[in-house]
Design a protein around this ligand. Structure first.
Ligand SMILES: [Ca+2]
Ligand SMILES: [Ca+2]
Length: 193
């Protein structure tokens, strides 16, 4: 009988968490999970756009060398035979000393696995040119090596744009060397001209 109050006190002390405490704990866990998810999402986004920026540099150097050797602008189509892979496929054109790229373009080089080609014209959606200095007038038209990628979300396109067009006037998606279309999620980078 003497033990009864003591055992009641013990039970109260070890009763566990109240509903409010559990709710608070779950909210804190959810917040931490959310922060980690956002941060790792940003890292993934940054990593895949960094690879595009590196690819553009590779294409620029390869295209410049091809141009110097053959006096022509190269194109490089993903999934095509050597005839349409001027940088990675063997060519018979005078002056050609390639290959200028170790491996052909693959869809894995597109940040989202979509289409990827490099054209030999500075065209975007069939319209003329790039306004590389953002003064409102296209200054690169006609010949120019343009990387095209499909399925690029705005966040990726803006990350690529920031690497090439920082400080250029006008709408980021319309001026400079990187352009993007919200209607079809196409992204273009003028890699060499
Ligand atoms: Ca211009
Ligand atoms: Ca731009």
């Amino acid at each position: 009988m003497m033990l009864k109050p003591h055992s009641t006190r013990t039970r109260t002390a070890t009763q566990g968490f109240s509903l409010l405490e559990i709710v608070i704990a779950l909210a804190v866990i959810a917040m931490i999970v959310g922060v980690v998810a956002v941060r790792s999402g940003g890292v993934i986004n940054k990593g895949r756009t960094t690879r595009v920026i590196t690819l553009c540099d590779t294409l620029k150097k390869a295209s410049a060398q091809y141009h110097a050797d053959t006096n022509q602008m190269p194109w490089e189509y993903q999934g095509y035979a050597a005839d349409n892979r001027k940088l990675s496929g063997t060519q018979s054109i005078a002056g050609w000393q390639g290959p200028y790229m170790e491996s052909p373009l693959t869809t894995a080089m597109n940040p989202t696995g979509g289409g990827i080609h490099m054209y030999a014209v500075a065209n975007v959606n069939g319209s003329a040119g790039f306004d590389t200095d953002g003064d409102g007038t296209n200054d690169v038209t006609g010949a120019g090596c343009t990387l095209w990628m499909s399925g690029i979300p705005q966040t990726d396109a803006q990350a690529i744009d920031a690497a090439f067009d920082r400080g250029i006037a006008g709408n980021w998606y319309d001026t400079g060397r990187v352009k993007w279309s919200s209607s079809n999620n196409y992204c273009w980078v003028l890699v060499y001209f």
